[in-house]
Structures are given as C-alpha cells and as structure tokens.
Write a protein that binds this ligand. Structure first.
Ligand SMILES: [Zn+2]
Length: 185
C-alpha cells in the first residue's frame, strides 16, 4: 500500500483527546473532536475557546488582507495628494516664469520704443539743422557773399555734418553781414 503524501488529520492528531474536557484536564491546549467545524474544516480546536485552528488562520489572513488593502488605499491617496501638490507647484512656477518673461518683454519693448523715439528726434533735429544751414547759404548767396568768400564756399560747408556747423554759422553770418539781422530771426 502506497502511503498518502500528506497524513490525514486522524493520523496526525490520533494521540490527542477528542473531548475538550479531557484535554483541559490533561493540561493540553488543543483537542481533536474528529468533527467538521461550521466552515467544514476537519482540524484541531483550541481548548480555551473551542475555536477551529483553520478558521482562526482564515480569519487572520482575511484581517491581514483587509489591513493591506487599507494601507494600499491610504498610500494611493497620499501619492495622489503629493502628485496634486507637485502639479500645483509646477503650475505656479510656470506661471511665475511666464509673468517674468512678459515683464522682461515689456521692458525690452519700452527700451526699443524709447530708442526709436530718440532716433526719430535725432533725425528731425538733423533735418532741421540742414534746412537752417541751407537757408543761411541761400541768404548768403542772395546777398552776394558766395563769390567773395570762395575759400569758405557754402557747398564745402554743406558737405560737412550740419549739426556740428550750426554754432559756427551765426558768427560767420554776423561777421560778413555786419549789423543786419540773421534771416532766421
Ligand atoms: Zn474551521
């Protein structure tokens, strides 16, 4: 006869009393009633509360599983919260960066506008200076001064930057034209 690979409970617990009171009297912790429990286990029972050991094991496993489930749920909740906080922080940082960039762009635009305004003013002043110099030259030509002052001919004067020449013109005019008023006055 081939022995079964796992011994039956009857074989395993043959030396234990089947009666709880007998087991208690013998000072044992377990007994084997050789009856199925309400859950259908054929197993040892504890003397102090008559509970089936297999039932206790199942209860403990269920409790452990429930605890693990609760732990997993709490962990998932915590992680979701952390992810949410991280996303909020990233969003705030991104908005701050965009605000900084917008401010910087506005500053650059203002500087560019000021530079363009200065450039326009400079061109306007240069044009006004050229017009004034031309007016002086025309007045001088009309007064017959061009031929007598050929060494400082008006074309040579006009070829120079008009802005730099402006301070020189009134004395030239005044020196050549005596007490006559300058034409721009
Ligand atoms: Zn049981």
């Amino acid at each position: 006869m081939i022995p079964s690979p796992t011994p039956s409970p009857f074989e395993l617990y043959a030396n234990l009393p089947q009666d709880r009171r007998v087991a208690r009297a013998a000072g044992l912790k377990h007994y084997f009633p050789a009856l199925r429990c309400l859950q259908g286990h054929m197993c040892l029972r504890r003397v102090h509360d008559a509970k089936c050991l297999r039932c206790l094991e199942v209860e403990q496993q269920a409790k452990k599983a429930a605890q693990q489930k609760e732990l997993d749920r709490a962990t998932a909740k915590e992680r979701a919260m952390q992810a949410k906080e991280r996303a909020a922080k990233e969003q705030a940082a991104e908005e701050a960066r965009e605000a900084r960039e917008a401010k910087e762009a506005a500053r650059r635009a203002a500087r560019r506008a000021a530079r363009e305004e200065r450039e326009r003013e400079r061109k306007k002043a240069k044009a006004a200076a050229t017009r004034a110099a031309n007016k002086v030259a025309r007045a001088a030509a009309a007064a017959g001064e061009v031929s007598s002052a050929s060494s400082a001919a008006p074309p040579a004067v006009l070829a120079e930057p008009a802005v730099e020449l402006l301070p020189l013109l009134p004395p030239l005019w005044g020196g050549d034209a005596g007490d006559d008023a300058a034409p721009w006055e």
